[in-house]
Design a protein around this ligand. Structure first.
Ligand code: 3H9
Length: 698
């Protein structure tokens, strides 16, 4: 292994280079190397040192994969203190990114120069921790309390210009990190500049208003999270204590956070977000060319997909059946893009260019003859889909990818109806497609690996999280959803009110409960799904007859002002409705059920157990390749609380054996619904967990 920290000389200047690809994380060897380099610098005749990073960035932070393992000396806080205590001046020359511990190393230096385009931030709260190597004490000494509170409790990075304005860095440099660092070091030598330890600066002024404002913001933005509130306390400590006591308080709060399940969940989410696109079948496989996209169908979904593609810089031709429908689709896309302009995501001039140069509609499939990829988003009927794929098969060039956005139809059957099944794949977007992060990539039996690779490349361009799924009704996400919705309906039938179910699940961390979600999606969706499944439904299954009744009453949810809830005057959150309770009571009576009460904890446990049990089946059957794929689908498409890591991670943290015991107990009353998944039984009998199947190398 090459040395992760190099020491070189350039005249009077010592260059200390961190070279630990891919992100120069501050693992054990780097920490040791930094201390050794500072000692060497003190011992030789260099007059000033520059710390810089090799490769794309300065330093991406502490090595997150070491968290949870026994700590190894020297600790990062000691390394930063050691840099600060160096007997001669030390400069940080920052490019690309200085994040977390990376910025803390820079704050340990006496001077800081950053290149334009660099991200400077303390994102620890997004990992469930806080800056633990002096960041909460040194940052406010440079920026004052309000700015430090903002940066540290939100985790949002700043650019070099802002960083200079707020006092976080001294200079915005030019060229590369080495030349910018050398230039600054030489200027400092010329000026006779001395060491300037941030820790020796006076403590920042207390600011009760800024603290109250931060707390009020966090109550809204960080509900349920522990780390931003702890981070706030640590920053406030900087204004109350001298540096050593402040650092000790930071450490105390940091250690508390290291012990929380939120930290474990958030770090799991961080790693799975990267791992989810790493699949053996596409490893080293080049994706096909991808610049011209066709979208068939300009309804909400098709227009959303077209918008996402346009925002990613792709050229889009949208096919509709007539001019009127095409004009309507264009209108929807214009509206979507206007939203992006309003949110500051898109410049007006760029929007105009997209609409005039990159987007076209047509009623003729031959307009797709030179498209690299076509995605159909037409009515969910096998007959209609086959008709569309017949047209695509006839006009598209050889090697083009033919994709369907179906949410449950058999993609093998669709592929089999074309002359090129290897080019066919499922791209299951979630509505609104230009907003939602998740893309299920449904790989059919005959899909070629480079088509799968192209789908993942598309997701990257669209800045979406792609998850590989196999073919089955509902793929990963909707299949598991229908199961835990089933658990919720069973609890309602047995005595829980839909409102209690929603509220218990909000308390668990979901943004909305299942019945509020149903109202948002429209109760017609659930009704149609039940109709579709009726022919194959097992007689032991529970049908929420009250939901069918709501549908027949025209109470379709938010769009009609009434569903499970009443939405007065277009409100987006509704009020509970006694009529719904009455309908449910009738359904209980008809089914001969004597209602009982549920605790919120019981509701959460059953709902989660159903999710995990079906998740285990989905993994066991190979529909999802790894538990982390299930976690990713639920996190990025179904509002699962990120700080819990995903359902399979939650199950591991909760304990699989206890979960299986509960499922077996419930199985006695309802053997059909609560049959344990074979994979869950296997893992419990092997005394292992879902994470063991994720194939992490860390
Ligand atoms: C911290 O610093 C705590 C301290 O305050 C106190 C300590 C006492 N560690 O994202 P990419 C891996 S907490 C280990 O695709 P990009 C990543 O998993 C840390 N591994 O690259 C991936 O691996 P693989 C605070 C890490 O160019 C590979 O590197 N810092 C770390 O798109 C490439 O990553 C943060 O929260 C890490 N710190 O983006 C910053 N970072 O190839 C976290 C990355 O096997 N990192 N990896 O899948 C980032 O935000 C981005 O990685 C970064 C580069 C912007 C740096």
């Amino acid at each position: 292994m090459t040395d992760p920290v190099r020491y070189d000389r350039e005249g009077d200047v010592a260059l200390i280079t961190v070279a630990n690809p891919p992100v120069n994380a501050l693992g054990h060897a780097v920490r040791q190397g930094l201390v050794a380099a500072i000692e060497r610098f003190e011992a030789d005749d260099a007059r000033i040192a520059v710390i810089l990073g090799e490769g794309r960035l300065f330093i991406g932070g502490a090595d997150i994969s070491e968290f949870g393992k026994p700590p190894a000396d020297p600790w990062l806080p000691d390394v930063v203190n050691r840099i600060e205590a160096a007997t001669k001046p030390v400069v940080a020359a920052i490019h690309g990114a200085a994040l977390g511990g990376g910025l803390e190393v820079a704050l340990g230096c006496h001077y800081r120069v950053a290149l334009p385009g660099t991200k400077l931030g303390l994102p620890e709260v997004t990992l469930g921790i806080l800056p633990g190597a002096g960041g909460t004490q040194r940052t406010p000494r440079l920026t004052g309390l309000p700015k430090a509170l903002e940066m540290i409790t939100s985790g949002t990075p700043v650019d070099p210009k802002t960083a200079q304005e707020i006092g976080l860095i001294d200079r915005v440099g030019e060229g590369d990190a080495r030349s910018a660092g050398l230039a600054y070091a030489r200027d400092l030598l010329e000026q006779g500049a001395e060491r300037r330890p941030v820790g020796a600066l006076p403590k920042p002024a207390a600011d009760a208003d800024a603290v109250a404002a931060t707390e009020a913001t966090l109550q809204k933005t960080a509900k349920g999270l522990v780390s931003p509130f702890h981070a706030m306390k640590a920053v406030v400590a900087a204004s109350e204590m001298e540096i050593d006591a402040g650092l000790a308080e930071e450490r105390r709060l940091f250690n508390e956070l290291m012990e929380t399940p939120q930290r474990e969940g958030l770090i799991h989410a961080f790693f799975l977000e990267r791992k989810v696109s790493q699949l053996p079948e596409i490893d080293g496989v080049a994706p096909r060319e991808l610049s011209k996209v066709g979208v068939i169908g300009g309804g909400t979904m098709g227009a959303g997909i077209a918008t996402a593609a346009l925002l990613a810089g792709l050229t889009v031709t949208l096919i509709e059946r007539d001019d009127e429908a095409a004009a309507k689709a264009r209108g929807t896309i214009e509206k979507n893009l206007a939203g992006a302009v309003k949110r500051g995501k898109l410049a007006e001039a760029k929007r105009d260019a997209i609409l005039s140069d990159a987007f076209a509609t047509s009623t003729d499939y031959s307009a797709l003859s030179d498209a690299d990829l076509a995605i159909e988003a037409v009515f969910e009927s096998m007959e209609v889909k086959k008709e569309v794929f017949g047209q695509l098969d006839a006009v598209m060039k050889p090697g083009a990818v033919l994709a369907t956005n179906t949410s449950y139809l058999d993609i093998d059957e669709i592929a089999g109806s074309t002359s090129r099944p290897a080019d066919v794949i499922g791209l299951h977007f979630f509505s609104p497609a230009h907003v939602m992060k998740l893309l299920e990539v449904v790989v059919a039996d005959k899909t070629a690996n480079d088509v799968t690779a192209t789908a993942f490349a598309l997701a990257k361009k669209l800045r979406k999280i792609a998850v590989r799924a196999g073919v089955c009704d509902g793929f990963i996400g909707n299949r598991i959803l229908s199961h835990y919705r089933g658990a919720a309906d069973r609890m309602v039938l047995e005595g829980a009110s839909p409102y209690q179910v929603d509220s218990a699940l909000r308390d668990f961390g979901f943004a909305m409960g299942p019945y509020a979600v149903a109202d948002l999606a429209g109760l017609d969706i659930g009704f149609m799904t039940r109709q579709r499944k009726e022919a194959t439904r097992d007689p032991r299954d529970v049908v929420p007859t009250w939901a069918d009744e709501l549908y027949h009453m025209g109470r379709l949810g938010q769009k009609t002002g009434r569903g499970y809830y009443i939405y007065e005057g277009g409100a987006r959150t509704g009020e509970p409705d006694p009529e719904v309770e009455a309908l449910v009571a009738q359904a209980r009576e008809a089914a001969g059920v004597i209602p009982r009460s549920f605790t919120d904890g019981e509701i959460q446990r059953r709902y989660m157990a159903a999710m995990v049990n079906e998740g285990a089946r989905v993994v066991g059957e190979g529909i999802a390749q790894r538990p982390l794929d299930v976690d990713a689908v639920k996190l990025f498409g179904y509002g699962f609380p990120r700080y819990r890591g995903g359902p399979m991670k939650w199950a591991d943290m909760t304990g699989l054996a206890g979960l299986l015991d509960d499922i077996r107990a419930w199985e006695k009353d309802d053997p059909y619904f609560w049959a344990p998944a074979p994979l869950l039984e296997q893992l419990v009998s092997d005394n292992t967990n879902f994470d063991s199947l994720n194939g992490w190398e860390r």
